[in-house]
Structures are given as structure tokens and as C-alpha cells.
Design a protein around this ligand. Sequence first.
Ligand code: FMN
Length: 246
Amino acid sequence: MTEPFEAVLEVMATARTIHRYLPDPVPEKDLGRILYAATRAPSGSNSQPFRFVVLRDGERASAAKALLAESFRSQWSRKSSNEGWDRGSGLDRDSPKARSARAMRQFVDGFERIPVVVLACILRFHPPNPYEGASIYPACQNLLLAARALGYGACFSVWHLPVEDRLKAMLDIPEHAAISLTITVGRPAGRHGPLRRRPVRDLVYDDAWEQSAAWVQDPPGSRFSRSGPPGARRFRPPSVAERDLK
Ligand SMILES: Cc1cc2nc3c(=O)[nH]c(=O)nc-3n(C[C@H](O)[C@H](O)[C@H](O)COP(=O)(O)O)c2cc1C
């Protein structure tokens, strides 16, 4: 029998961001379970200051998806040109960069056909609290993991920002709520996971900053990424894991 830890880790380690979706609708039974899981997340003082607006194919939902689609297309065009996604290795059709760029293009071009789009909204704190996001993002992650556990894929995005005010007006989202994330959900057109992340020892310190935690290790078969905040990359000394290899 699979141990609960192994089962949970399998879901976490394969919950990749999905950009390519099949158009199949998500049955309400599954969608209900995914949203139920989301709402079981912890929040400050158990205040649950999050609300999820689910967009499927109703009249207002379709109009909101069309507006989002416009914004997603322009945000991707801007990002891909600023970051040179169509330059360098991106010119080679078979490179990972070119494949990712094609998936992104498919994502934004087919946005209206993604079966479910969830607007994760936060009820703003008064006075504004810099930590308010900490009370909504656990719920978003629960949603992502529950979707993965049922065989669906999801993507977090902030590309609603340029049209947030218009969306709020269109969907009667009150002044005191803000859209923290747009989350797409559907059956993935390709395969799920594995995730690529930095080695765990780069990210976990024991006792004090940058003190290696000898007792953590990546399980066999882990895949690694080297990306991180630009500042950290620019100034980064060799990682703890790299030093351990020397
Ligand atoms: C706060 C947040 C904002 C994100 N915004 C976007 C976005 O606007 N567009 C997008 O395609 N992906 C977005 N992502 C997805 C990340 O790019 C993705 O999680 C990351 O590249 C790692 O990919 P993986 O989850 O497949 O491993 C966002 C993720 C987070 C947590």
C-alpha cells in the first residue's frame, strides 16, 4: 500500500504548471472536490479572507474569459519579446526554449477554450497588511494539488492585472476585494511532471543562514533547475550543494 506521505509527495512532485489543455469540460463533481480542497487551507486566525470566482461558459464568464484572453496575449507578447524567447536557442524549433514558447503561445491563443478559469480573490485587510497574501496562497496551492490529484492541470497567473478593474466591474467583485491570482484548470494536453527545482540543500539551512543541512537530500530521480531571482543569480556565491560536491 502506498504510504500517505509517498502519495502526497507524488502529487506535489508532479504538479507542473500546465499551459496546454484539452477542451473537455471539468465535471462539477470534480470541480467541487477541487474547490472544497482549496477552501480547507489555513489562513490567519482562520479568517478565510479568500473567495473563488469560477468562470466556465456562462454569459458573464465567457465575456470575462475573452477580456482575460486579450490581456494574456498582450502580456505574453511583451514578455516573450523583452526576454528574447524567439532569439538565441529559441530559433531552434527543437530546443526546450522554443517548445516552452510554443506551449505559451497555445496557452494564450486558446485561452477562451480553457474549460475553467478561477479568479482567486482576497478580501483586503484594513489597514493594508503586507502579509495578506499569506492567507490566500495556501488555498491556491491546495487547489493546484487537488486538481493534479484528480488528473487535471492548472496554471497560476498574474496576467489579469492590466484588466483587473474591468473584470471586477463585469463580475460585481466588490471594491474591497482584489484578484490575487488567475488559475486555469483543465485536462492537460500533454503529460504531467516531474518538476525541476533547485537542490533542496540550496534552500534549507540548519541553525543559521547558509549553514548546510546535511540531513536533507533530494530523492533519487529528482530533476533540477538553476533558475532563481535575478539578484540572487547575479550575486550568488556557490550554492551549499555545489560546495558539498567539491
Ligand atoms: C505567484 C505566481 C505567479 C505566476 N504567474 C504566471 C504567469 O503570469 N504566467 C504564467 O504562464 N505562469 C505563471 N506562473 C507559473 C510559474 O511560471 C511556474 O510555476 C514556474 O515557472 C515553475 O514551473 P512549474 O510549476 O511547471 O515547475 C506563476 C506562478 C506563481 C507562483
